[in-house]
Write a new protein. Structure first.
Length: 344
């Protein structure tokens, strides 16, 4: 009986101690607490770092050429000056590409090559340039462009979006008016669905050709990891010259590779006569292609190189390359999965 009573008392006492126990008053090892606090601080810092927009300083750009003909150094002489690849600007653009792809999205391209989807309506504020073509307030021409309307307004578009411009789809592309968030342009807009080509939510832009109209060169870069990009080629190029009505500057901006032609036949200015062809042509906006050296006959053999590459703008809008480099871009930059970014 005594043993039973003593055992019952111990159980009762333990129950009372358990009920009255306050974990907050227990002694915590200071070293363990500091370790836990440190780990939590690191976790929060890593989470904030993941959310933080990428900058040029975050981009790791190394050089591992896949094409090594006619290669230029990072800086190189040209006549009595020095030209260069603007790696600082390129890193800024790569950071922008990293940032817009961090959030899942369904992508679309604006398309209206040769006004095949109808001429865009007049914008509210337009002007005519020196060769009598209509442009919006930003200087984007009406010809071959898509109209961009303020959301909910259909009276008249505000600006034009260039053919080949990239955007994120915010609504179904089956609606009469499709809502877009610009990637190649700023803002949220609406446009008739006929000007929009949806390319889906599984697209990744890991291949980019950078065209520099100031230094007349072209650099290709490929994404190999988070903020990690590798230079695949560094070559001379020739961009478009302002010589209306037939020749136009290569427009600045971000464009999607939309179409490829093994031979891009071109007309003699002012005629309907085919004058020759340019090999390995990759179209990115309007009539602008990255292509090889043009021939002067439809039956001519491919010309590999020209003295004019890397000199001054002289093409009709296109970006002229050594033909073997144009073939490299043609094979490497897949349609609707690669970008052309034109900088100055």
């Amino acid at each position: 009986m005594r043993i039973y009573f003593r055992l019952s008392f111990l159980i009762f006492a333990a129950a009372i101690w358990s009920c009255n126990r306050n974990p907050q008053t227990e002694t915590i090892d200071p070293a363990e607490q500091r370790k836990a606090d440190s780990l939590e601080t690191i976790r929060k810092a890593e989470e904030e770092a993941r959310k933080r927009p990428r900058t040029a300083d975050d981009i790791k750009l190394s050089k591992e050429l896949s094409y090594d003909k006619h290669t230029l150094e990072e800086t190189y002489p040209y006549q009595d000056t020095t030209r260069r690849f603007q790696l600082d600007k390129i890193k800024e653009k790569l950071a922008y590409v990293e940032n817009f792809q961090r959030t899942p999205a369904s992508y679309a391209i604006l398309q209206n090559r040769k006004n095949k989807n109808r001429e865009a309506p007049l914008v509210k504020n337009y002007h005519r340039n020196e060769y009598k073509l209509i442009s919006d307030s930003l200087g984007t021409e009406r010809y071959q462009a898509a109209p961009l309307y303020a959301v909910g307004e259909t009276e008249a578009p505000i600006i034009y979006g260039r053919d080949g411009a990239l955007a994120k789809l915010l609504t179904s592309d089956t609606l009469d008016m499709v809502q877009l968030e610009g990637v190649s342009f700023e803002g949220t807009w609406e446009t008739p669905k006929r000007y929009v080509k949806a390319i889906g939510d599984s697209v990744t832009f890991h291949h980019i050709a950078f065209v520099d109209v100031t230094n007349q060169n072209i650099l290709t870069a490929e994404r190999t990891g988070d903020c990690e990009w590798v230079i695949r080629s560094m070559n001379p190029a020739t961009s478009g010259v302002h010589k209306p009505p037939y020749a136009h500057e290569t427009p600045l901006g971000i464009f999607v590779v939309q179409e490829k032609k093994n031979k891009m036949f071109y007309l003699k200015d002012g005629t309907n006569t085919i004058h020759g062809y340019a090999p390995y042509a990759s179209r990115f906006t309007n009539g602008a292609y990255i292509h090889g050296i043009p021939t002067q006959s439809v039956n001519a053999s491919i010309i590999e190189h020209s003295w004019s590459l890397g000199t001054t703008p002289r093409s009709h809008m296109c970006v002229r390359n050594a033909s073997s480099h144009a073939k490299f871009v043609y094979d490497w930059a897949k349609t609707f999965n690669a970008l052309v970014i034109v900088i100055e």
